[in-house]
Design a protein around this ligand. Structure first.
Ligand SMILES: Cc1cc2nc3c(=O)[nH]c(=O)nc-3n(C[C@H](O)[C@H](O)[C@H](O)COP(=O)(O)OP(=O)(O)OC[C@H]3O[C@@H](n4cnc5c(N)ncnc54)[C@H](O)[C@@H]3O)c2cc1C
Length: 444
């Protein structure tokens, strides 16, 4: 039996008291498998995907790197992406795809089939996964991959831990000349220009993203700092610097701010300052962590949002959704006068074959909002309904509000996923609070 602990998702708006197992080896894990529950990595999913009232297997002690052959790393699922960067960058390899924080595990990256700033050209994380060792509900460890039990493989990538415990992952890394990215910064004056930039310039950059000001008023709504990046070549490394630099330890957020400290006024000021500071500049050479993980400079930054925590709205819209619709969504948030801080817009490329994978071709919009009880819930009801009406879907790794009916509308391959789940887990052993809430498993 593990230790009873209160755990939360990254948004800290839902907490669960549960039995937490922290296995160090497969043998240690096997002795704890008799009950229902879910795997957990570094807890960077925002809502309740890695929470379960029964048992949670926190995999972060299983973090050994096991083999590296022909560019393919095999490592235990609790290994963090940050650790992989630290070990492999000095050896000339980097992650092929990375989300906006390095503090996610291999298991979490596979289970959410994460996407990065290069999705429009490089696809999702699963494109580079060559194999997985998966512990299924019968206690067996199965070796699966795109050609070994592909149905189970494509249900596991993006499957939010609901097919079993991922024990090991074999991931193809990318050769790279330096640990720097050469970044072009632009600023747009409003949403139309922001979308125009994506249409015209995005394809030219391996990495791209827009930091969106969703609180600017009138024609300035949706103005953005646009970033287009390319891996820097050896001759671009700043004079006197190492080709593969490493970050200093992160700062700590020592206290939790009172809920409500991040008001709408603070949001407007923050966004305006961010926009003001980032002046247009070409070929600014930045170390990998600064470009990929700007939020990681402060550990525990979720504490800024106070005890009530915060939530994220992240949706992907089909390619025919554009200016009018995105402006409508942003206008809805403005009309509610709900505070909101970080806004990110990004164009995604091809869908992944993962049955519950989030990415699809089109624009993805992500917004962080402090949790303010019924006011926030009501706003999300509206945003989610509009998203479904537009043919879009929300990201399960970020979700806190989805319902079974909306899941059905947003995820067209749900029936295929359910069929695989029924085959490998007929008793519904692997279950999270998210899975119960959205009807991916029957609630007890
Ligand atoms: C600041 C920030 C930026 C982010 N940016 C992005 C982004 O750009 N793109 C993106 O795609 N995501 C992004 N995310 C979300 C994050 O990448 C995902 O939520 C990821 O799954 C978190 O990994 P984790 O190890 O923390 O897993 P957890 O949050 O602990 O778990 C997430 C899911 O993975 C499952 N899981 C974890 N480990 C295992 C395992 N060993 N076996 C089976 N299932 C497992 C859990 O059951 C759960 O369903 C961001 C999150 C933060 C906090």
């Amino acid at each position: 039996m593990g230790k009873q602990r209160e755990i939360a998702g990254w948004g800290h708006q839902v907490r669960v008291l549960t039995d937490v197992e922290r296995p160090e080896t497969v043998r240690g894990l096997s002795s704890s498998l008799g009950v229902q529950g879910i795997a957990r990595g570094l807890g960077r999913s925002y809502g309740d995907a890695a929470l379960a009232p029964g048992r949670v297997w926190q995999m972060t002690r299983m973090r050994r790197m096991l083999a590296f052959r022909d560019g393919v790393l095999t490592a235990e699922a609790g290994t963090s992406l940050g650790d992989i960067q630290r070990v492999f960058l000095p050896r000339g390899y980097t992650l092929p795809v990375t989300p906006g924080t390095q503090w996610v595990t291999l298991g979490g990256a596979v289970a959410s089939d994460v996407h990065g700033k290069n999705h429009h050209r490089a696809g999702a994380f699963s494109r580079y996964v060559e194999g997985i060792a998966l512990c299924t509900a019968d206690g067996e460890v199965r070796s699966i991959g795109p050609t070994r039990d592909p149905d189970l493989f494509w249900a596991t990538v993006g499957g939010m831990g609901l097919t079993g415990l991922i024990l090991e992952v074999s991931l193809r890394l990318q050769p790279v000349e330096t640990g720097y990215i050469s970044v072009d910064y632009f600023r747009t004056g409003g949403l139309e220009e922001t979308l125009g930039w994506f249409a015209e310039h995005d394809a030219a950059y391996p990495f791209s993203v827009a930091w969106l000001d969703c609180l600017a008023s009138g024609q300035a709504l949706g103005r953005a700092v646009m970033m287009g990046g390319r891996p820097a070549a050896a001759e671009e490394v700043p004079r006197g610097k190492m080709a593969y630099p490493m970050p200093r330890p992160a700062l700590r957020m020592p206290v939790r701010l009172p809920s409500g400290a991040l008001s709408r006024g603070v949001g407007i000021a923050f966004n305006a300052a961010y926009y003001g500071v980032h002046r247009p500049v070409l070929r600014k050479v930045e170390p990998w962590w600064k470009f990929f993980y700007p939020l990681d400079v402060v550990d525990d930054w979720h504490r800024l949002y106070g005890r009530q925590g915060f939530v994220q709205y992240q949706a992907i819209f089909p390619q025919d959704v554009g200016l009018r619709e995105i402006r409508g969504l942003l206008g809805r948030i403005q009309a509610a006068r709900h505070p909101n801080f970080l806004g990110v817009l990004k164009r995604l490329g091809e869908s992944s074959p993962g049955l519950l994978s989030f990415p699809a071709p089109g624009l993805t919009l992500a917004l962080d909002l402090p949790m303010q009880g019924e006011r926030t819930r009501s706003l999300f009801r509206d945003l989610y309904a509009q998203t479904a009406d537009l043919g879009g879907r929300v990201y399960l790794a970020k979700d806190s509000f989805l319902t079974p009916a909306l899941l059905q509308r947003m995820y067209p391959r749900l029936a295929e996923f359910r069929a695989v789940k029924e085959r490998v887990d007929p008793m519904g052993r692997w279950r999270s609070a998210l899975a119960e809430r959205v009807g991916l498993v029957e609630a007890p």
